[in-house]
Every structure is written in C-alpha cells, then in structure tokens.
Design a binder for this molecule. Structure first.
Ligand code: ADP
Ligand code: MG
Length: 373
C-alpha cells in the first residue's frame, strides 16, 4: 500500500499575544521542529492511530460523537481533522492507518497541536486522492478542528503560521481577513526558546476565560472587537470597565499597536526597538493579561539583562510553556547554559533550550512503500 507522508512545523508567536481572536494582527514564525504524519489506506475500513512515544495503537470506532480523554486524548486531533474534512466538503479516506512522529515538544506553546492537525490533514486528504490543498484552506481546516472538535477556542495564529511559514521570514496575519503576508526575519538575529517545561495543557479553561473577558470588555465599550480601538480611544472609555476587564483590554489594544510598530522596526532593521517591543509585550502579559508564570517572568528578567539579547517574551497562549529570546549573533550555547544555571539557582526546573531557525510551512513530502502492521 502506498503511504503518504506529510510534515508540518511548530511555530513561535513572535509578537501579538491573544490578538488573533480579537481581530487584530500577529507575527509568527514557523520553526524547524516538526510533526510528521504517515498514512496508508486501511482496506478493511478501520481507523488506526499510533504516535511514536505513545502507549499503543488506538483503534477508533466510527461513532462521530466519540471524545477521548486521558492518555488517548491526542486522538481528538486526528479525529477532529477527519470530521473537519467532511465539514469542508473535502474527501475523507474511508479507512486509514496513521502514524505520527515529532521532534516538537508538546504543550510548550510551540503549537504542536496545530502541527499535528495540519500534518494529519495533508496526509488524510492526500490519501483520499486530493493532492492540492491551498494553505489558507489548510489553516482554516486545522483551526476548525481545534475549535469545534477538540474544543479550544484558538484564533488563526497557530494554524496560519504553520501553513504559511517561509524560511527566512516571519508570517504576518491580519486576522480580520485573515490576510497572510511575509516580513523578512533579520539576517543578523537568532531565535532561542527556553521551555519552562510547565505544561500549559491543563489551562484551556483559562485561555477560554481570557477570550470571554475580551469579548465582555468589547461589548461594554460598544465595539465588535477590542482591536477596533486605538490606545487613546481605550483610555477615554476605560472607566466604564471593571478593573480586571480594563487590564485585559489594555493588553490587547496596546499589543495590537506593538505588532504594527514591530513590523515598522523590522523594516527599518532597528532591532533594538524590536527587542524593546518584545519585552514590553511580556511585561503586559505579566501585569495586565496575567497569562505569565513566575518561571517565565524570571527567564525574561534574566534574558532582558543579557547584553547579547535584544528582547524576550513568553510565546504562545501563556500560563506556562516557553519564553522566546531574539538574540545577537554573539549569543552562544554557553550563554544559554548560563541562563539555565541561573534558573537552577532560582530553584526553577532547568529549561529545555532550543536554538531555532525559521522554516517553510506544512507540506506533503511524498509517498513511500509499506503500511502499518
Ligand atoms: P501546544 O500546541 O502548545 O504544543 P497544546 O496543549 O495545544 O500545546 O497541544 C498539545 C497536545 O497536542 C498534546 O497534549 C497532544 O494531545 C497533542 N500532540 C502534540 N504532538 C503530538 C504527537 N507527536 N503525538 C501525539 N499527540 C501530540
Ligand atoms: Mg496548541
């Protein structure tokens, strides 16, 4: 049996924290850490899943309402993708054996979930005979699976960056369209990730709570979306909001402004300003949106003081996960190890360190012989 192989990258949220579902803009980058999905037709019409590192092969019943929990809960992603194919009027393979492998840490805020969704979508749709799936449709399908079948009310940042990634570039998404474009990543800067290993997998409730707080603030202020307001307009109306909602709204409105300023600074190649905007974004998460953690704050404190670091911030939804640093050429592995030692001195868990390159988006990478036994 032929096996379809597809690969989708993780992503960093460069800047634009929770702006996506507020109709704003984000800058992300696809990274050179991936989820791979290999699929072969199952002639008996069975649906079988296996993830390398997982416990066992899962055999899915064809009950469309099934929802998995515990160690099997990852099955909700491929199952959600399979259902989304039907929702998008795309062909579904009647039966499949699906094998997943990855070198992307899950639950670190690097969007392994979107990478899993997009790799599986490309593999299954190819198996059903359709080999071209435009990136905008692929991103929408992955987001639909996560929103409607997994149950996380995420915006388009994760799947959009994963689908539209381009090596040497950041992906800019105006989430209102959404409209996707690219901004060159500065040739003389580097991306480092420090994963606190505090999984953010259990915080979907907090993510949804922030989403609801943003909607409630927009409603009280009489706008469809918080990003319809400029910082000056928000200051004028802020008094109508209870203090917590005023903080949430300020984070979103000022973050939206920071995304635009970051694009301008990148175009001017002014990395000192880019760095200050990144760190300001983190401080806003820490004090206004309250989606940071003490371990992330301590990492950013350390990174901010380092002379070879332009700026640092939490990346992704927050409540755990990883901090990202934009560094000069001269920031080395030895500097990263020094940061790690300082974390240990603070009694934090040693972070997982990744020096990342920007990468191309999700793609089908071919056919191979042999299925899953
Ligand atoms: P993030 O997207 O930031 O990595 P999420 O909590 O959104 O964090 O998604 C992580 C979940 O995605 C995991 O708990 C697991 O269910 C699923 N997942 C990610 N990578 C894999 C993989 N290689 N195999 C199986 N499931 C995976
Ligand atoms: Mg995710």
């Amino acid at each position: 049996m032929p096996t379809v192989l597809a690969r989708a990258p993780g992503r960093v949220e460069f800047i634009g924290n929770h702006t996506d579902y507020n109709g704003g803009a984000v800058l992300g980058a696809a990274i050179d850490r991936y989820v791979w999905a290999a699929a072969a037709p199952n002639p008996a019409g069975r649906w079988r899943l296996f993830s390398v590192g997982g416990a066992a092969v899962l055999e899915l019943p064809s009950d469309p309402g099934t929802k998995y929990s515990g160690t099997d809960s990852w099955a909700n992603y491929p199952l959600g993708v399979w259902r989304s194919l039907r929702d998008f009027s795309l062909p579904q393979p009647p039966g499949f054996d699906l094998l997943v492998d990855s070198n992307l840490p899950p639950g670190a805020g690097l969007s392994s979930s979107a990478a899993l969704e997009l790799a599986v979508a490309l593999a299954l749709v190819s198996l059903a005979g359709k080999t071209d799936l435009p990136p905008a449709q692929l991103a929408a399908l992955g987001r639909h699976a996560e929103n409607h079948h997994v149950g996380v009310p995420c915006g388009i940042l994760d799947q959009g960056t994963c689908a539209f990634g381009r090596a040497g570039h950041l992906v800019h998404i105006d989430c209102r369209g959404p409209v996707f474009s690219h901004v060159p990543f500065p040739a003389d800067a580097h991306l480092w990730i420090f994963n606190t290993r505090e999984k953010h997998a259990l915080i979907d409730g907090l993510y949804a709570q922030r989403h609801e707080e943003c909607l409630a603030a927009a409603k009280t202020l009489g706008v469809a979306r918080l990003t319809d307001l400029t910082p000056a307009q928000l200051r004028a109306g802020e008094g109508k909001l209870p203090p917590v909602l005023a903080k949430r709204a300020r984070h979103i409105v000022e973050e939206q402004a920071r995304v635009q300023e970051t694009v301008t600074a990148l175009q001017r190649r002014d990395l000192a300003v880019v760095g200050r905007l990144l760190t300001a974004s983190h401080r806003s998460s820490q004090h206004l949106f309250e989606n940071s953690t003490p371990a992330l704050d301590r990492l950013v404190d350390l990174l901010e003081k380092h002379p070879a670091v332009f700026g640092a911030r939490l990346t992704g939804g927050g409540f755990g996960g990883a901090a990202m640093a934009l560094t000069r050429d001269r920031f080395t592995e030895a500097d990263a190890v020094q940061i790690e030692r300082c974390c240990a001195a603070n009694h934090d868990r040693a972070p997982e360190m990744l020096h990342l390159q920007t990468a191309d988006g999700a793609t089908r990478i071919g056919l191979q012989a042999g299925g899953m036994d």
